[in-house]
Design a protein around this ligand. Sequence first.
Ligand SMILES: Cc1cc2nc3c(=O)[nH]c(=O)nc-3n(C[C@H](O)[C@H](O)[C@H](O)COP(=O)(O)OP(=O)(O)OC[C@H]3O[C@@H](n4cnc5c(N)ncnc54)[C@H](O)[C@@H]3O)c2cc1C
Length: 508
Amino acid sequence: MLSTRLASRRLAVPARRWKHTSSRPPLNSVTADDVAHFAKILPQNAILSTLPPSDLHASDIDQYNNDWMGKYHGNSTTVLRPQNTKQVSDIMKWCHERRIGVVPQGGNTGLVGGSVPILDELIINLGNMSKVRSFDPVSGALVADAGCILESLSEHIAPHNHIMPLDLGAKGSCQIGGNVATNAGGLRLLRYGSLHGTVLGLEVVLPDGTVLDNLTTIRKDNTGYDLKQLFIGAEGTLGIITGVSILTPPAPQASTNVILALPRFENVLPVFKTARLHLSEILSAFEFIDREAYDLAVKHGQGKALNEQDVEGAECFVLLETSGGKKEHDEEKLTGLLETLLEADEPLILTGVLSQSPTQFASMWRLREGITESVSKEGKAYKYDISIPLAAFKEVVDLTREHLRKQGLLHEEAVKQVIGYGHVGDGNLHLNVIAAAYTSEIQAALEPFVYELVASYNGSISAEHGLGAMKAHAIHYSKTGVAVDMMKKIKELFDPRGIMNPGKVLEF
Ligand SMILES: Cc1cc2nc3c(=O)[nH]c(=O)nc-3n(C[C@H](O)[C@H](O)[C@H](O)COP(=O)(O)OP(=O)(O)OC[C@H]3O[C@@H](n4cnc5c(N)ncnc54)[C@H](O)[C@@H]3O)c2cc1C
């Protein structure tokens, strides 16, 4: 039944060109002379190079050359860690002149191979640019260096009763510049919208070293093209973001969460609709976790939200959060919702547990946020963050599992598990295939299979992680030829020499 449905879907999708690895334009490698030049711009401790006369070894810069998943590996000889915008500008002027490829790098938590070189490009890591420039507690406008860690920004504004408009599992390592460069979504998007709405202004160093100062804190500005939008989600292919101005919302006075165990996936949609109706403006997150993802998170100690008897017979789970102004009022609404869900003729949920303390609140979130980490502890992950209609979440996971089974790849030595979880409120499913190792056989079984499947639902092959090196070749599955041509013209305009994060987002 599953395969019949898939076969008819696949017929509807035009054949596409596909290849696994991304390539990049011919560019110059960094030489010892270049490093000597960088030493005129930066202090010695901001330059990590394995080129002679340095006595550093490749292993000393491993952390910059390899991505978070251990899937993508660069071969750079040199990492620069500038402290201010002028230094970034001077470095870029030199790289532009010399045609040296450059990879901007934040916290290196990206999941599509965008933050590490394809070959030996120079890495510019923003970690030393970590100053908060200003915060206005009245408007909530925060201006910070691009290298500030997301969590440290949250801590900076917490005493003023403000929160960052985005939150993600990687918050302890990812940087605000990396967040903007990937247009990161995360757990608060349902409530506060995307960075295209909350970013007020950016300071960007362009590929030729020019500084584009667009770091405004005003909310309304209709003077011409809104250039900052081009850099949000450009994954470092148009310039290096060095400063970010972002609107931070007031902290909710009361936040509560509840975990729901559902007997059937088909109940997710009615539960979502009922929750929106009952909770309206206080609903701030609605996260879906399938049974296999839940068990995996529990197995790896990522929070324990429900008792064993509560999860018996549950096919999936929903983590729901409210953020409002008055605890009693919000809890009353949540209790009303739980009663409705449980008291229907055919109850939509098996059980629902309301957090009773800040510790329990955090533990429930840990369960959801910890899935990514659990997946990487379990094996090597093929990660697909896709936008598809909510009703198709389970079908896509089932079809992928079935497809791998048919290929003879669903066993402990190849693919161990196929799981699904994600941001229901945003129509974003994380489809994760957990394997014993990254192999070309599994890769070939998954791609273009997954991309074709997503296209058959008119979905997006990247809901939030971006294209990076992983999906640059597959952009056509979600964008028309006209749109891709326009993007190539924009890239050419900003970066005629093709030095900015080469081979990422757009195929060379
Ligand atoms: C545990 C975990 C959970 C995650 N959860 C989510 C989630 O819920 N939602 C989500 O959207 N993502 C998520 N991610 C992915 C990742 O954390 C985000 O994409 C994050 O925004 C990347 O930030 P970073 O600083 O680590 O950037 P990096 O990984 O260093 O870089 C990512 C991309 O941005 C570019 N870049 C970085 N800094 C700059 C800069 N200053 N200027 C220009 N380009 C730059 C890089 O070249 C690269 O292409 C998760 C990752 C992990 C490991």
